[in-house]
Ligand binder design. Sequence first.
Ligand SMILES: O=C(O)CCC(=O)C(=O)O
Length: 284
Amino acid sequence: MASILNELETNDFHKNGFVIVKNFFNKKETQLLQNASTQDPTIREHLYDRKDSEGLSTKMMAWNHPDDSIYGVTARSEKIVDTMEGLLGGEVYHYHSKITAKEPFEGGAWEWHQDYGYWYNNGCLFPLMATVMIALDKCTKENGCLQVLSGSNNLGRIDHALLESGQVGVDLKRVDEAKKQLELVYCEMDPGDVLFFHCNTLHRSDKNNSPNRRWTLLCCYNAARNDPFIDHHHPKYTPLNKLKNEEIIKAGNKFLDVNDVDTFLKRPTAPPELSKTGGKLFNN
Ligand SMILES: O=C(O)CCC(=O)C(=O)O
């Protein structure tokens, strides 16, 4: 199948660094994806805390290779992979997937960053990488939906540093300047909607200030022609076995494979090469 995006939406992605697709998943698919997020014991066991600068934690879990669970099948579904291939201009492979879980009133913030701020350090030479964020819950301004700076994908990679909290963040002076020219967009979504965003798109999210949880599944891809030149904690080029979209519903009740536990990344994704700045972002 071809990309789910039409020419206008594809152009939007390249111009703005993101595109939201409403109802990307149908009702049944969405319900199954949501069920897995509440019922899969492997997810509960492997979520770890990721602190923000206020000490609040967002829960997170990540894994490298897609399995036969509903989440692995979704990450390999034609509608996602073909769309990624359309956006990145050729074959892609699965770089990793993750769940980011903000519990009601507790879920913390994510600081401004570009994903390529991390992935550059993994030996990915070109920013030929992107993520699809899948809304498992309603994502609103109040519960900490993703925020993006529209057009920031065209800024190139900005310097990042490791923050005291363990997150990796970007030079805020740059963000302040960029904000004078670029629109800040709150990517509010309903369950089953998705957001495709480029690895150089600046993004962040607020803490969850609401009684509603905000869980999302993010699947990240690298172009096959951008095979990382460093061995690191995410895979080098690994051919991806694409699946028909119908397989998502068939995999409905299959949870993440506990025996595949080695592939779960328990450590924060901050690369060791980045030095701590004592909690200050570039003396801002
Ligand atoms: O879940 C969120 O709000 C942000 C996630 C994020 O920025 C990331 O995974 O890079």
